[in-house]
Design a binder for this molecule. Sequence first.
Ligand SMILES: [Mn+2]
Length: 407
Amino acid sequence: MEEYLNKEFFEWVDCVAGILKDAEKQATIVYHNDADGICSSAILSRVCEYFGLKTELICIEKVNPDIIEIIHADRDGIIIYTDLAGLAAEAIDRINAGRGKVIIIDHHPAKEIESDSVFVLNPELSGISGDIFVSASTLNYIFFRAIAGDEAEKCAYLAVVGSVGDYHDRYGGVLGFDRFALNEAMRMKQVKIMIDGMKERYYIDFFGEYADVVAERLTTLGAVGYEEKGYQLGLKACFEGFNGATMEIVKRLERIREEKFEKMVEFLKTNLKQEKHVQWFHIGDSFSPMGVKVVGEFCELIKDMTFVDDSKYLIGFQSMPKVVPDLGEIDWNVVKMSGRVPTPLERKIFKGEAPGLDYLVPKASEIVGAFADATHKIAAATIVDGGKEEEFIEAFERLVENEVSGG
Ligand SMILES: [Mn+2]
């Protein structure tokens, strides 16, 4: 790994590894319910095993203060957040109030934090784009690699699946640190590259399948099967492969999603709300029992459909279910917001001619007192209080307006 010049980044890896090394007996891993999150938790569970820690795994869709409260209320030992919480370090530090050590291993945009108990491992903080060069799985892999050396190499294929799950192969193949993990996986003969048109595809020997296919299965289990804890099957598959029963469940979940999506597309053809810069919709709980990650997938699916205006941002809301499967019932009224952009607008954003969602969503969230955690330039999510949806849209509109008129 030394061939990379980002010394500061690797010093952090060492520092955070030191904290985990000192952890006592118990660790809690809080992870995101998509392919990258599931692969991250798989690698991290190996890390904890390596240190002889007993681990509890908690899969969540979104970080928010209510969830942080519950997680930190009565858990001993170290708590590790991964593939989420980039921007939540301050909130976590405040709620944790020095009770125990916390590590946040994430690749989403993050804020620097001064704390004796919360430590952030995030490439964004040393100027490396986590959206392009490092998936959470890769980050966890590098972390494991720094700790355990060769022992970690067995997990290299999981970093590849996680990276592809977050579409880090979108420029034709995975790059940077993701590429480093890929190279290791190839050296270990876990992965072969196939060139398919404009893109590389990574055949994972262990699964007998391509990384994109595996990633999709994991995300289906985690997101569409969220309320029935499908992510646990995904995690199991990371080390045992997909058996017949798991594949049946994947197929059933895919059918549920397809039916719900088709219905919603038909509805939106005449019901998409239009503002000056934004077009939006509210699903309510009609996607239940699917998790709220699905509204993002749905936006992704429709963003270039003909009934969608290709010059406007696309925003969808979905009510958060009142049960977090690994934590129980939560008394809240919150709504997940997902933002995407049609391809022509995406180009403008990358050329710097229009503001990206990584600016707009955290800003608009702040204005309505909400909590953004996963934000990229062309895809972002936040949670707002139920009833604040229109206020959010108005704030978002104003922000775009200011950027456009202010130049
Ligand atoms: Mn990720």
